[in-house]
Design a protein around this ligand. Structure first.
Ligand SMILES: NC(=O)c1ccc[n+]([C@@H]2O[C@H](COP(=O)([O-])OP(=O)(O)OC[C@H]3O[C@@H](n4cnc5c(N)ncnc54)[C@H](OP(=O)(O)O)[C@@H]3O)[C@@H](O)[C@H]2O)c1
Length: 327
């Protein structure tokens, strides 16, 4: 079967993508072939599309760590032709051709039936960014977050950050949005942030071993000094979920937040999470965590992806980019 995909190729050390016609392999045992109706753009996809080392195993390659669509062929006893499904992470878009193509072939164990109250489009407005934001929130709530202090979210206008802001605010928490784009404060307020903090002001003073206890929790998508500072500002027995490194992969801290305030630093790896954990987060989004992200996501055709990839790599993307295949 032939299908169209955004194929990234390497030529003399530089990487570029274009729409190509490809042929899907015959279906393997316990696999499904999905007709992808929607995918989405995540930071990792942009790294994959630009040839950043350590993301994709080999090129030519079709990125796309998220897919939502319908089963076209099945050699699985769990899914039948016509089922609406979603899949995110694992090796999808990393060593297995991903959602920037109209069709994917993946193992049944990566696939989740579309939860009942989500459309394929809604599911990709969330995508891996939503799943990650959900996992970050779930983990800090599990640690019994105090409702008496605000929660800080970094990279707040980005995919993970904006969904975390919206979700925490919907759950009744006071959310402070840390951003490098204070000009997007209207958007962040609409998402539910009660205060917008300019990242350059936040980082103006050097990070202290222990600072004023302001936040009962944090969700950090940035890493580097931002994570260092957030840790120093957490109240007694608060928690921080750490999921990203757009601002740097190294950070320094002291033991004081941990031994004097009992702060927990929680690592999030949504891609490789157990499928049952992913299902739990998707079910929450389909039910009590239901979000309306319509105003914060734009739907594009795959032919327009280059511009959006450039924006996300420059840290200029706001909200979510959903990719619609077909006409
Ligand atoms: N661990 C996991 O399971 C997992 C899953 C998904 C994503 N991630 C990671 O989480 C991070 C965010 O992903 P995303 O898809 O939400 O990306 P995104 O949409 O590009 O959002 C990242 C946001 O971070 C801020 N930012 C960008 N460059 C920055 C810089 N140099 N210094 C400080 N802040 C910067 C920007 O927000 P402001 O301008 O508002 O500050 C940007 O919008 C990435 O590192 C990604 O790899 C991890």
């Amino acid at each position: 079967m032939k299908y169209k995909a955004y194929l990234v190729e390497e030529l003399d050390g530089s990487y570029s993508g274009s729409i190509k016609e490809l042929e899907i392999d015959n279906i393997e045992s316990e696999n499904v072939i999905i007709k992808v109706e929607y995918s989405s753009l995540n930071y990792k996809d942009a790294l994959a599309a630009s040839g950043v080392k350590g993301v994709v195993s080999k090129y030519p390659f079709v990125p796309g760590i998220d897919v939502a669509g319908e089963i076209l062929q099945s050699s699985s006893d769990k899914f039948k032709v016509g089922d609406k499904v979603i899949a995110t992470g694992y090796k999808l878009g990393m060593s297995v051709f991903g959602g920037f193509g109209e069709v994917v072939q993946i193992p049944q164990d990566w696939v989740i039936p579309l939860p009942k109250n989500l459309s394929l489009l809604n599911s990709m407005s969330l995508g891996t960014a939503g799943l990650t934001a959900g996992a970050c929130v779930y983990k800090i709530l599990e640690n019994e977050l105090s409702p008496n202090n605000p929660i800080i979210v970094s990279g707040a206008t980005g995919g993970v950050g904006s969904i975390a802001v919206n979700l925490l605010s919907n759950l009744g928490y006071e959310v402070h949005a840390l951003t490098g784009k204070p000009n997007e404060s209207m958007m962040l307020k609409k998402m539910g942030a009660s205060k917008i903090i300019d990242r350059s002001e936040f980082l103006a003073e050097p990070v202290k071993a222990l600072d004023k206890a302001i936040y009962s929790g944090g969700i950090d998508t940035v890493g580097g000094d931002v994570l260092s500072k957030i840790l120093s500002l957490i109240t007694s027995h608060g928690s921080v979920s750490c999921c990203g490194n757009v601002g740097g992969f190294q950070f320094t801290s002291s033991v004081f937040p941990f031994i004097l305030r009992g702060v927990s630093l929680i690592g999030i790896d949504s891609a490789e999470s157990d499928i049952n954990f992913k299902k739990k987060i998707w079910e929450l989004f389909s039910d009590e965590w239901s979000l309306n992200l319509g105003d914060f996501s734009k739907v594009i055709s795959i032919i327009d992806i280059d511009e959006e990839i450039a924006k996300i790599l420059e840290g200029k993307q706001v909200g979510r980019v959903v990719i619609k295949h077909g006409d």
